[in-house]
Design a protein around this ligand. Structure first.
Ligand code: NAP
Ligand code: MG
Length: 491
C-alpha cells in the first residue's frame, strides 16, 4: 500500500484499501498529491479517491527519471535479468489478483466476473509471456537477425484508455520492459486506480526507480507526454480522433508511434453456422464489457435466410442477461464507464431510431444511481445509418443482412475501421476465404473476443498501426541496427 505520512487514514473497502488522495509515481516513489481530481465509481457515482493532475513539469520529472534509469541500472542489465523482474511482476499480479479485480470493478464499472476471470489472468499472462522473450530477442524473427543488433527504443510515452485499464497497461508495459525500454504511462482520467496500484507492484518487485513512471491526469497530461522532446516513442490506445491528433503532433519529429484505435467489427453469421454457439458468440461479441471494447462485434451481419430465427433466439437469450451491481458475481453487464460515454451511446441510439432502425431491449430494471444502459438490439439497420458506421462503444448491436459471401465481405469491409471480424460457418474453406478477404487485423472463426499474448493484435485503416502481442508486438519497441555501426552487443 502507498503510504503518506501527511495523508488521512486510508479507507478499507473489503480487500481493497484506498487512499483519500494519490500522488504521481515518479522515480520509484509517490509524490505528494496536488491539483487533484476525483475518480468515481460509475455504478453508484460515489467518489473513490482523488488523484493528481500531472502538469508539464511533472511529466518533465517523470521523463527525466525514465532517462536516468535507461542510462543507468536498467540499461546495463541483461535480458535474463529484465526477464526476472517481469516474472516477479506477473507473479505479484496473480497473488494480488482479487484486490486488483475489485479495484478495477469499482473504478471502471465492469462486472467482477470479467475483471476476475479475464482482465487479471490476461494481464498476468502478458507479463509471463514477455518475461520469456526478454533474453531471447535475437530469436524473434526480424529482430537481431545476423549482422544486426537490437536496441531498446528508449523512453516510451504510453497513453491508455478506460475500457481495460490494467489490461491495456500490461499490453503496453510488458513488451516495453522486456525489450529494455523505460516508461512514462498515463492511465485514463476515469480509471487511474489500478495503474497506481500497479506502481506498488513495481515497488514490491524492486524494479529499479524510474523504469516505470505513472502520471495521472487528463488529455493535457497526454499532450505533455506526446510533446516532450526527450520521449523517443509514443504507444497510444484510444479513439481514432485522438490517435490522429497525436500523429499530427509528432509529424516532423524523430518520435515513432504505434496507434491502437477504434473499431466497428462485423460478426458474420452464415445459414450453416452452429446456431447455439453463434448466439453465444454474438452475445459475448457485443455485451462483454458493456460493448466498450474496440474489437466488439458491434455489427451483426446475418444471412437473410436465417435472420428471423437468429434474432428470435438472440432475444430469448438476452432475456436471461443480468444487468446490475458490478460487484455481484452473477451480474453479466455492469455500468457504463462515465456520464460522457452514456450520453454518447444514448444519442447514437436515438440517431439510429430516427434513421429508421427498430430498437429492442429485454425487460430489465436499471439501478437508480450510476450510469446504465440496457442491452440493445437495433434491427432494420442500413449501411448508411450512423449506427452502422460510427463506433457506439456500448451494449448496442446493429443488425444488417446479406445474401451471398461476396455481399457479406463487401458489407463487412464497408467501414473506415479494420480491427477485427468474426465468421460463423461450418465450412472450413469459407472461413479461409473470408479471412483472406476481410480487411481486419484479427478474424475469429466460430468464436469471438479471444485474446492471447502470443497472438498479435492491431488494425487496418483507421483502426491504427503497429501490433501488440506476439513477436510482432516486440518490433514496436526495438531499433534494429547494422552491427558494424554499433559497438555494443545485442542484449
Ligand atoms: P480517448 O478519448 O482517445 O482517450 C485515450 C487516452 O488518451 C486517455 O488516457 C485520454 O485521457 C488520453 N487523451 C485524451 N486526449 C488526448 C490528447 N489530446 N493527447 C494525448 N492523450 C490524450 O479514448 P477513450 O474514450 O478513453 O477510449 C475509447 C477508445 O479507445 C475507443 O475508440 C476504442 O475503440 C479505443 N480502444 C482501442 C483499442 C485497440 O487496441 N485498438 C483498445 C481499447 C480501446 P483522458 O482519459 O483524460 O481523456
Ligand atoms: Mg472511475
Amino acid at each position: 500500500m502507498a503510504t503518506f505520512e501527511y495523508a488521512p487514514a486510508p479507507e478499507s473497502r473489503g480487500i481493497v484499501t484506498l487512499e483519500k488522495s494519490y500522488g504521481l509515481y515518479i522515480d520509484g516513489a509517490f509524490t505528494r498529491p496536488k491539483d487533484t481530481f476525483e475518480s468515481i465509481n460509475p455504478a453508484d457515482e460515489t467518489v473513490l479517491a482523488e488523484v493528481s493532475q500531472a502538469g508539464r513539469k511533472d511529466v518533465d520529472k517523470a521523463v527525466a527519471a525514465a532517462r536516468r534509469a535507461l542510462e543507468g541500472p536498467w540499461g546495463r542489465i541483461s535480458g535474463a535479468e529484465r526477464g526476472k523482474y517481469l516474472f516477479r511482476i506477473a507473479r505479484i499480479l496473480q497473488e494480488r489478483s482479487r484486490e486488483f479485480a475489485v479495484l478495477e470493478t469499482l473504478d471502471n464499472g465492469k462486472p467482477i466476473k470479467e475483471t476476475r476471470d479475464v482482465d487479471l489472468p490476461i494481464a498476468a499472462a502478458h507479463f509471463f509471456y514477455h518475461a520469456g522473450w526478454a533474453d531471447k530477442l535475437s530469436y524473434a524473427a526480424g529482430l537481431g537477425s545476423p549482422g544486426t543488433v537490437t536496441r531498446p527504443y528508449g523512453v516510451v510515452g504510453q497513453i491508455i484508455p478506460w475500457n481495460f485499464p490494467l489490461l491495456m497497461l500490461a499490453w503496453k508495459i510488458a513488451p516495453a520492459l522486456a525489450t529494455g525500454n523505460t516508461v512514462v504511462l498515463k492511465p485514463a482520467e476515469t480509471t487511474p486506480l489500478t495503474a497506481l496500484l500497479f506502481a506498488e507492484v513495481c515497488q514490491q518487485a524492486d524494479l529499479p526507480p524510474g523504469v516505470v513512471n505513472i502520471v495521472t491526469g487528463d488529455g493535457t497530461t497526454g499532450e505533455a507526454i506526446v510533446d516532450h522532446p526527450d520521449v523517443d516513442k509514443i504507444a497510444f490506445t484510444g479513439s481514432t480522433e485522438v490517435g490522429k491528433a497525436i500523429a499530427r503532433r509528432i509529424a516532423g519529429t524523430s518520435k515513432k508511434a504505434t496507434l491502437e484505435l477504434g473499431g466497428k467489427a462485423a460478426n458474420i453469421v452464415f445459414d450453416d453456422a452452429p446456431i447455439d454457439q453463434a448466439i453465444e458468440g454474438i452475445v459475448n461479441g457485443i455485451f462483454f464489457n458493456q460493448g466498450q471494447v474496440c474489437c466488439a462485434g458491434s455489427r451483426l451481419l446475418v444471412q437473410e435466410s436465417v435472420h428471423d430465427a437468429v434474432i428470435a433466439r438472440l432475444k430469448r437469450r438476452l432475456q436471461t442477461l443480468r444487468v446490475g451491481d458490478p460487484m455481484d458475481k452473477n451480474s453479466d453487464l455492469g455500468a457504463i464507464n462515465s456520464k460522457v460515454q452514456l450520453d454518447r451511446i444514448t444519442s447514437l441510439v436515438e440517431a439510429g431510431v430516427a434513421e429508421g432502425a427498430e430498437r429492442w431491449s429485454p425487460e430489465c430494471t436499471l439501478p437508480a444511481r450510476g450510469y446504465w444502459f440496457p442491452p440493445t438490439v437495433l434491427t432494420g439497420v442500413s449501411q448508411t445509418h450512423r449506427v452502422a458506421t460510427e463506433e457506439i462503444f456500448g451494449p448496442v448491436l446493429s443488425v444488417l443482412t446479406f445474401r451471398t459471401p461476396q455481399e457479406a465481405v463487401a458489407k463487412a469491409n464497408n467501414t473506415s475501421y479494420g480491427l477485427s471480424a468474426g465468421v460463423w460457418t461450418e465450412k472450413g474453406s469459407r472461413i479461409l476465404w473470408m479471412a483472406d478477404q476481410l480487411r481486419a487485423g484479427v478474424v475469429w472463426a466460430n468464436t469471438f473476443n479471444r485474446f492471447d499474448p502470443s497472438s498479435p493484435f492491431g488494425g487496418y485503416k483507421e483502426s491504427g498501426y503497429g501490433r501488440e502481442g506476439g513477436r510482432h508486438g516486440l518490433d514496436a519497441y526495438v531499433r534494429t541496427t547494422p552491427a558494424a555501426l554499433t559497438t555494443g552487443a545485442s542484449r
